[in-house]
Write a protein that binds this ligand. Structure first.
Ligand code: AMP
Ligand code: TRP
Length: 343
């Protein structure tokens, strides 16, 4: 194990001078390139300029039926992957949501301040409930738990992909309403969405977002996938027939998606990168190489970490202790504001 759990045992002091960042990711299925470029890339950058809290949101995973053994395994694997992509537990606080019970406690209280109508408008709920056989009440109240995650820590910024913007707007509304009804309690957070690759699209159907829970294995690149396979999927990505390389997400979604991915992996502006190509073949070859070289060190690091799961468990326990110290303090204020006994 490379890191010591030492630093993570010290509770962070909420300081108005330091920006607080919070984000979460669900341990449901393998992490795909969209998660990586849309969210995790920013997490790694943010940890060096802000007091950052990163959370594996296992309680959110329960909104959809899960096999307990699979959930246990994927939660640990996701934590290992977050370390492999570069989350440094000596500077950021990495923890598992269910280790800090204040998340569920605050979620209930927030559920009682958000309306049925507000929750019903959430597009993610509509998308996920439309063709589901069983729609849990938790799937419906999911955004209140997400708001609790964020508001417990006085978070200023929440790095997420484009698809989470609506949940962040609701979190802001919940915080603002609570503050005006019960007195200043929560920091009103803002979403930070990356300029490029905020919405990585499926390689086979570039009109829908790449997703780990998808039924489109050829259109989805997994972060831990065999690298030869990664290159093959990119070379087979759907483009269009006019063979003109131009950044135009509406008119040319497939080509533009490849340019966004290239831009996120190598830097540079997608529209300017387009000028360097006049055919799809060379563009695809460069995207494949860039993604493979981006993923290679992550995969190597993951293999090292997976060899020592007990070290990862210790880091997560220390992260949870640090998070809990802040969460407990916030809950004293919240309970008091609501007229509940303060323990
Ligand atoms: P999830 O896998 O749904 O827990 O999402 C974790 C993070 O990845 C969230 O911030 C999402 O907004 C982001 N994300 C998921 N899919 C994509 C995608 N296709 N493009 C960009 N960001 C994404
Ligand atoms: N809802 C987010 C997603 O589906 C995951 C999440 C849960 C989250 N809690 C959060 C993201 C708090 C940011 C902050 O991707």
């Amino acid at each position: 194990m490379i890191w010591s759990a030492q630093r993570a045992q010290t509770p962070a002091l909420a300081s108005p001078l330091v920006t607080r960042v919070f984000s979460g990711i669900k341990p449901t299925g393998p992490v795909q390139l969209g998660n990586m470029l849309g969210a995790l890339r920013t997490w790694v950058e943010d940890q060096h300029r802000a007091d950052s809290f990163y959370c594996v949101v296992d309680l959110h995973a329960l909104t959809i039926p899960q096999d307990p053994e699979v959930l246990r395994r994927t939660t640990l694997e996701l934590a290992q992957l977050l370390l492999a992509v570069g989350i440094d537990p000596t500077v950021a606080t990495l923890f598992i949501q269910s280790d800090v019970s204040e998340h569920t406690e605050l979620a209930w209280m927030l559920e009682c301040t958000v309306s049925f109508g507000e929750l019903r408008r959430m597009t993610q709920f509509k998308d996920k409930s439309d063709d589901a056989e069983f729609v849990s009440a938790g799937l419906f109240t999911y955004p209140a738990l997400m708001a609790a995650d964020i508001l417990l820590y006085d978070s200023d910024e929440v790095p997420v992909g484009e698809d989470q913007r609506q949940h962040l707007e609701l979190t802001r509304d919940i915080a603002t309403r609570f503050n005006s009804r019960f007195g200043e309690t929560f920091v009103v957070p803002r979403a930070t969405v990356p300029k490029v690759a905020a919405r990585v699209m499926d390689l086979q159907d570039p009109t829908r977002k790449m997703s780990k829970s998808d039924d489109s294995p050829q259109g989805t690149i997994l972060v831990l996938e065999e690298l030869g396979q990664v290159a093959k999927k990119i070379r087979r990505a759907v483009t269009d027939t006019d063979n003109e390389v131009r950044f135009d997400p509406v008119g040319k979604p497939g080509v533009s998606n490849l340019l966004s991915i290239l831009s996120a992996c190598t830097g540079g502006d997608p529209a300017q990168l387009a000028d360097q190509y006049d055919q799809y073949g060379p563009l695809k070859a460069d995207v494949a190489e860039a993604v493979v070289e981006y993923l290679r060190p992550i995969q190597e690091r993951y293999a090292e970490l997976a060899a020592d799961p007990s070290g990862v468990h210790a880091l997560l326990a220390a992260g949870a202790d640090r998070a809990r110290a802040l969460a407990e303090a916030k809950m004293i204020t919240v309970r008091d504001r609501l007229g509940l006994p303060v323990r």
